[in-house]
Design a binder for this molecule. Structure first.
Ligand SMILES: Cc1cc2nc3c(=O)[nH]c(=O)nc-3n(C[C@H](O)[C@H](O)[C@H](O)COP(=O)(O)O)c2cc1C
Length: 191
């Protein structure tokens, strides 16, 4: 394995993904890394749903239903072009991992900390996938926020879809990352 810092610095989101996606055994290892994320109170506030094959088409249908309802609330109907675009969204990778924060709103651990733990788990997943040679992009879009999408995935509307990780084999390597100059975000505080 490459040096961890090099591995982190060389990870880049990749929207151009083809088969194969990770094997079941590889997913098990990847999810184990997710579960190593820092987690205040050991709430384990994360859930992961892997969507592959024909189930990606079903996710597209779920997206269309949710979008149609959202537009109806505004007195609109989706255009054929919108429907076709939405249908195709989940087909942009051979696998999608939906990452969900199952939130306990009345818990003494604040919700922002619960969500932070799931975001940390998500980044562990991105890095583990990168170390295995897979490409990935973390997406949300409107679809992560629709109640119907949460319910179709088996969650409560009070839960949060932290992201849809589109995963596969890179079809084309992204241009190398330019590191952000640290002086733009890092200073010594001296009181
Ligand atoms: C919570 C979250 C949601 C995101 N949603 C989207 C999205 O819907 N579409 C998108 O193209 N990028 C989205 N991004 C950004 C990409 O995942 C990625 O971080 C960004 O393109 C920068 O690329 P890099 O990871 O190579 O630095 C999101 C990132 C985060 C953290």
């Amino acid at each position: 394995m490459a040096d961890l810092i090099e591995l982190i610095q060389s990870r880049q989101s990749n929207p151009l993904l083809k088969a194969p996606s990770p094997s079941e055994q590889e997913w098990q290892r990847v999810i184990e890394t997710a579960c190593c994320a820092p987690d205040h109170g050991r709430l384990r506030p994360w859930q992961f749903r892997l969507i592959e094959g024909d189930n990606l088409k079903k996710l597209g249908e779920v997206f269309i239903t949710a979008q149609t309802k959202a537009l109806a609330d505004e007195g609109q109907l989706p255009t054929e072009q919108q429907i076709n675009r939405t249908k195709g969204l989940p087909l942009r990778a051979p696998a999608i991992l939906a990452v969900v924060a199952t939130l306990q709103e009345e818990h003494k651990i604040p919700v922002v900390e619960q969500i932070s733990a799931v975001a940390a788990a998500t980044q562990n997943i991105q890095l583990a996938l990168h170390s295995l040679g897979y490409g990935c992009i973390w997406r949300t879009g409107d679809f992560a926020f629709y109640d119907d999408v949460k319910k179709s995935l088996g969650f409560e509307v009070s839960d949060e879809i932290i992201g849809f990780l589109y995963v596969g084999t890179p079809d084309k390597a992204p241009a190398p990352r330019t590191l952000q100059p640290t002086e733009s975000c890092f200073k010594h505080w001296q009181g």
